[in-house]
Design a protein around this ligand. Structure first.
Ligand SMILES: Nc1ncnc2c1ncn2[C@@H]1O[C@H](COP(=O)(O)OP(=O)(O)O)[C@@H](O)[C@H]1O
Ligand SMILES: [Mg+2]
Length: 344
């Protein structure tokens, strides 16, 4: 026979009324009637009291467990470890302990699922991106083999198109390697004292031809003349600046203006790269730092972008504990900003 709450209550009530009666028989002048009344009333009262106490306790705790399970089902994981440790009711502690454990595991599962999804999407994106230039180059070369090679004009045109596709492929693979190294944390940042003004001028020189072809001016603005020292990895920060300035140039208008400004405050150098191009529509702003994200697929493809530039920028700046922000107004232009630690 199982110990049901009623049985326990019955047992305890019998015991209590028996004890009470036993004590009462020692008192002088107690009549049988009195003994009967006391015996029955103590039995009834203690039976209900005990039953009530047991049911209350069991119901309350079981109900709490139900509540916990319900909370876990709807994925409401708002309970802190502190409140668990502070509490000294063992039932509640056990309940909360289970809750915290399950919540932790559920979060881990969610994270793993997210990573798996991310990996799958990444693979699909990469294969798609690789396919395009390979197919293009393949097409041109096969057409040449099939006879187009005899026409000198067509030959040169197709060869240079094939070469362009392969250059795009090369850029893509280089960016992919850089990104995967950054994501796996394979490369350690090499922090040094770096002159941002010097780096910017070097990049301007490298991009001079493109800027000239687009009749776009490249300008550097600094608070004071002379070097602007920051703490950074020289190669990586060069890559960040190149990507941002290249974008400003590539997506800016003809006869445009690209301004890099380096402003000093007490501890930081505020870097901004601004263009007066067509801008980025607000609905795209939050996504442009994602891998392979392009605002207008065809437009950017024409200009030979890999779609990885800004993802790399974000990663490198993260490793510098810096956050990159973007502000853009349609037909007014776009500004990318970030802060680096100053170094004297
Ligand atoms: N200065 C800018 N002005 C307008 N659009 C921009 C600018 N910079 C980036 N973008 C948009 O963000 C997208 C992502 O940039 P990025 O990651 O560098 O890839 P991409 O290889 O295409 O340059 C670009 O395709 C472009 O559509
Ligand atoms: Mg780019």
């Amino acid at each position: 026979m199982s110990l049901s709450p009623r049985f326990i209550a019955l047992l305890l009530a019998c015991l209590i009324s028996a004890l009470t009666l036993a004590f009462l028989t020692f008192v002088e002048g107690v009549t049988n009637n009195m003994l009967f009344v006391v015996g029955v009333s103590s039995f009834v009262i203690s039976f209900f009291l005990v039953l009530y106490a047991i049911e209350l306790l069991v119901f309350r705790e079981v109900n709490k467990m139900y509540k916990t399970i319900r909370q876990l089902k709807i994925r409401d994981f708002t309970i802190s470890r502190k409140s668990v440790i502070k509490n000294n009711n063992p039932f509640k502690k056990l309940n909360d302990e289970i809750f915290v454990y399950v919540a932790k595991k559920q979060k881990e599962i969610d994270e793993l699922k997210r990573l798996e999804q991310f990996r799958r999407e990444f693979l699909a994106d990469v294969s798609h991106e690789l396919k395009t230039p390979i197919f293009a180059a393949q097409g041109f070369i096969h057409t040449l083999i099939d006879g187009a090679i005899d026409d000198e004009q067509v030959r040169d045109k197709f060869l240079s198109k094939a070469a362009k596709s392969l250059d795009g492929l090369d850029a893509l693979v280089k960016d992919l390697v850089a990104l995967s190294q950054l994501e796996t944390g394979e490369v350690k940042m090499n922090f040094e004292r770096v002159d941002l003004a010097h780096i910017t001028r070097e990049i301007f020189e490298q991009l001079e031809k493109i800027a000239h072809a687009k009749r776009t001016s490249l300008r550097l603005k600094t608070t004071y003349p002379g070097p602007v020292w920051v703490k950074a990895d020289p190669q990586r920060i060069m890559q960040v600046m190149t990507n941002l300035i290249e974008n400003a140039l590539k997506y800016g208008n003809e006869n445009g203006r690209v301004v890099v400004s380096l402003e000093e405050d007490k501890k930081h150098i505020l870097v901004s790269v601004r263009d007066d191009g067509p801008g980025i529509p607000p609905e795209h702003l939050s996504r442009i730092f994602e891998r392979f994200y392009r605002v207008e697929k065809s437009r950017s493809k024409d200009r030979g972008g890999t779609g990885l530039g800004l993802a790399i920028v974000k990663h490198i700046l993260n490793a510098h504990k810096a956050k990159v922000t973007v502000m853009s107004k349609i037909d007014k232009g776009t500004t990318f900003r970030f802060k680096l630690e100053r170094m004297e």
